[in-house]
Design a protein around this ligand. Structure first.
Ligand code: BF8
Ligand code: SF4
Length: 626
């Protein structure tokens, strides 16, 4: 039985009652104070990049003081939005490359997937024969770090794309160079008195997006796999019911597995468990929120407490001893909220410092020691719990997660040729698609946003897609919405059309495949590239689309740009502050097609959004004559 959005909302309301008892604030109240939103901001027509402004464009004032028109202002805002996201993902990737440099046979971080490291090293033309694996790891760490600031050439990862895609990028002048350079270039272009030509601003938006997806994020994903293992299908559970009232509950939240992996490692130590018992608990439960949750769920089966707009709920259970965060998507609200309970809000990164938190700085060099300090702090906080405030909604679903590209290839191999010949390629998946057993695939990604009923769009879209024999791959908070609803339980095959149901049975998979965190959307880029190569088609010809129905962050815009630039039509449920400019809107929803063979569709009506995706998939099938 699935968990419905109504049931999840009822659980949230019950938690808000606990909040009311202790005077806690919550996003549900703050959103009321912030609506209606500023119309100028919403349309992207406000400019405050120089102190002659702020200037806002109206029919009576069609130009800023410098003479910039609305298209320049909206375009600059869009590029800045992209640069913020690309910088963020890529800096996360850089941290992983740095952690790889700290890997040591007797250290906190090991090389858990040496075969993958060797595979990447060969791709990069690095000598691997007879090398000590840690020596190789350190050389690869240095090389990867230099991808961020190299003076010449383009991203090393671009070679993974089909030749046709690489040619498109080259001809459009959007091949990303050094990762940091594209962010700097974007911020240079958007300085007062630089670019105001829509076409130039959108080209750089695509290029900066590509420096994320085919640069920084790909570094993050690939070297996380090397360090922590390439995900394989693994069973876990999702929703707040994974927290255990009798145990010390530590919630990891944020993005970088360098921290969360170490917390899991330490909490597993029998000595720590004994310590928790000494302090009156039965044991230690780690659960996760947001992308860091996806990371440890995929590799360790650590349960997922919830996604973005559920982060306050974790504290509202009254049973959270510590919420341990690193970077990105962390509500500053957790500071004051944790003060209403016994919860320790532990920040760990110089990048994300917040008031009302306990700061325990974490770094790759001091990982084990700091992780121990954090886990101990949580254990020692168990005694401070106020039992009458504890309420954990009895709500969770089973989920099978961990579908890296490697795992998808392995799992689907043999589906179309009765398990006889293993191809080691995506050909069986191509066969399922060409024969029409599966009509196509949708990549469901992104956040929650109070502008959309939280999780509702993710879940309803996925249900309709799988009922129409469209397989879904999901990441980020979208993946967690699916898991909470029960769509990552293999039993969800019963919600599928006959074709997809058969594939789920033969391959023993759920119809919605968890591909990881948001940096792992780079996995999806590798998957479509393989599909294109194995089918002999261009990426843009594949019956595949991307969708972020509830997106909210700058990172999501950066992602959208690289997904589109990779040739995948992308559907958004929230407008990226561009409605104020007809020219920018036209470029994003149509003009970019001339460069990269794909574009955006923005549709705020969720029912129409899903129908448009299905329509696009069928159009692509018709064009192929399949
Ligand atoms: O990078 S989906 S709310 S957690 S931004 Fe954030 Fe959005 Fe969640 Fe991960 Ni992605
Ligand atoms: Fe106004 Fe131009 Fe300055 Fe922007 S750059 S604030 S439009 S004067």
């Amino acid at each position: 039985k699935m968990t419905t959005v109504e049931e999840m909302e009822a659980a949230t309301n019950r938690l808000l009652e606990t909040g009311a008892k202790v005077g806690a604030d919550a996003w549900q109240f703050r959103v009321k104070n912030q609506t209606p939103h500023c119309k100028f901001g919403e349309q992207g027509v406000c400019c405050r990049i120089c102190s002659m402004g702020p200037c806002r464009i109206t029919p009576k004032a069609p130009r800023g003081i410098c003479g910039c028109d609305v298209h320049g202002i909206v375009g600059r805002n869009y590029l800045k939005f992209t640069a913020g996201g690309a910088a963020t993902h890529s800096d996360h990737g850089r941290e992983i490359c740095n952690t790889l440099g700290h890997a040591a046979p007797d250290g906190a971080y090991k090389v858990k997937d040496p075969a993958k490291l060797i595979r990447i090293a060969k791709e990069w033309g690095v000598e691997t024969e007879g090398r000590d694996i840690y020596d190789l790891a350190h050389e690869m760490s240095e090389l990867a770090l230099s991808e961020y600031g190299k003076n010449h050439g383009v991203s090393r990862w671009l070679k993974r794309a089909p030749q046709h895609t690489q040619d498109l990028w080259h001809n459009a002048g959007i091949e990303p160079r050094a990762i940091d350079r594209e962010v700097s270039c974007a911020l240079h272009m958007t300085h007062m008195g630089c670019s105001s030509k829509p076409e130039a601003l959108i080209r750089q938006s695509l290029r900066n997006g590509l420096s994320d997806g085919w640069g920084g994020s790909m570094c993050g994903t690939e070297f996380s796999d090397v360090l922590f293992g390439t995900p394989k299908p693994i069973d876990t559970e999702a929703n707040l019911g994974v927290m255990v009232a009798e145990n010390v509950n530590i919630v990891v939240h944020g993005h970088d597995p360098s921290l969360s992996e170490m917390i899991c490692e330490v909490a597993d130590d029998p000595e720590m468990i004994a310590y928790a018992k000494e302090m009156g608990a039965k044991g230690i439960t780690i659960s996760g929120v947001c992308c860091t949750s996806n990371e440890v769920a995929m590799r360790r089966g650590i349960p997922m407490a919830g996604n973005f707009l559920q982060q306050e709920n974790v504290v509202l259970t009254g049973a959270c001893e510590a919420i341990v965060v690193d970077v990105q998507c962390i509500f500053p609200a957790l500071g004051p909220l944790s003060k209403c309970f016994h919860t320790k809000f532990i920040t760990t990164s110089p990048i994300a410092q917040m008031p009302d938190s306990d700061y325990i700085e974490f770094s790759a060099g001091t990982a084990l020691e700091k992780a121990k300090e954090i886990v101990k702090t949580a254990i020692e906080n168990f005694k401070n719990r106020k039992p009458d405030l504890v309420y954990i909604p009895d709500m969770k679903q089973k989920a099978t997660v961990g579908y890296s590209v490697e795992a998808i290839v392995k799992t689907l191999d043999g589906v179309t040729n009765s398990q006889v010949d293993k191809t080691g390629t995506t050909k069986p998946l191509v066969d399922c698609i060409t024969s029409g057993v599966i009509r196509g695939a949708v990549a469901m990604v992104g956040c929650n946003n109070p502008k959309i009923r939280p999780d509702y769009a993710h879940i309803e879209l996925m249900k309709k897609l799988i009922a129409n024999d469209i397989i879904v791959v999901a990441s980020g908070c979208s993946a967690q919405a699916a898991a909470k609803a029960g769509l990552m339980d293999k039993a969800a095959k019963d919600l599928c059309g006959a074709g997809l149901k058969r594939v789920c049975e033969l391959a023993d998979i759920p119809p919605v495949l968890h591909m990881g965190s948001c940096v792992d959307i780079s996995r999806m880029m590798v998957l479509v590239s393989e599909l294109a190569k194995d089918s002999g088609l261009n990426i843009s010809q594949l019956p595949v689309v991307g969708c972020a129905p509830e997106w909210m962050s700058e990172k999501a815009v950066s992602i959208g740009n690289y997904v589109v630039a990779t040739g995948i039509d992308t559907f958004l449920g929230v407008d990226p502050y561009v409605s104020g400019s007809t020219e920018i809107t036209e470029l994003l929803t149509s003009g970019v097609k001339d460069w990269v063979e794909a574009s955006y569709t923005v549709e705020k009506d969720i029912d129409k959004l899903v129908d448009k995706m299905i329509e696009r998939i069928e159009e692509k099938r018709t064009a192929l004559g399949i």
